[in-house]
Design a protein around this ligand. Sequence first.
Ligand SMILES: C[S@@+](CC[C@H](N)C(=O)[O-])C[C@H]1O[C@@H](n2cnc3c(N)ncnc32)[C@H](O)[C@@H]1O
Length: 227
Amino acid sequence: MDLLDDDELERSAVVANCRMNRERGLLGSNGYDRELGFNPLDVLRKPSGESRPAGWLDLCCGSGKALIEAARIVHDEGMDVEIVGVDLAGLFRRVDPDQDRLRLVEASLGDWRPDRGFDLISCVHGLHYVGDKLALIARAASWLTEDGLFVASLDLHNLKIADASPLGRRIAAALRRAGLEYDRRRRLVSCRGRKAVDLPYRYLGADDRAGPNYTGQPAVDSYYADA
Ligand SMILES: C[S@@+](CC[C@H](N)C(=O)[O-])C[C@H]1O[C@@H](n2cnc3c(N)ncnc32)[C@H](O)[C@@H]1O
């Protein structure tokens, strides 16, 4: 089977798909709170006296709409929060000049890395398009603060072992052993607190012909072999 490397995948029509939803807001029926099950800003309200600003990193942030709305609230309420969004496509909405606590970065998460730890790391419907999903989950867990929270949408059907059998159950068990959780009903993987995650799988490449996953949009299957 011909699998794609990261460069090929990032040029694929499935990843560049202009019909995918890059416009979720912070709250409401098309909002991050609905997808994640909580309002991200609630996680970032730190007890006063904390010496450094709280940090929220959003992976695959799309247009940045949710982050821009959050930054406006952070500014209006005088919260001490830094927000960083990263997306491959760079199709960001305009950011007001007074939103100096918000940074939207055009980059591939295959090689981008942050320069601080984060109290919250989210990835809302982004992993569906990433090649090495397990590596990004592991990297995100290592970017958390000691008691930070990582939450990402993940369809286990998009994880395959080399003979094309689904890895779903095995991965869920391996994630649990590594200290992460997978909520099957909400299809969310999460990690509480910074962790060194070492999963026993070797990434082989991606298949952009996987077809729609539960989101209804064409997604990317990620292939692994036992390490
Ligand atoms: C369905 S959109 C979700 C956007 C946003 N989280 C939302 O819910 O509105 C998925 C996003 O993942 C981004 N993406 C896909 N592969 C990526 C990669 N390797 N690195 C960074 N962003 C990526 C795409 O550019 C796209 O904007």
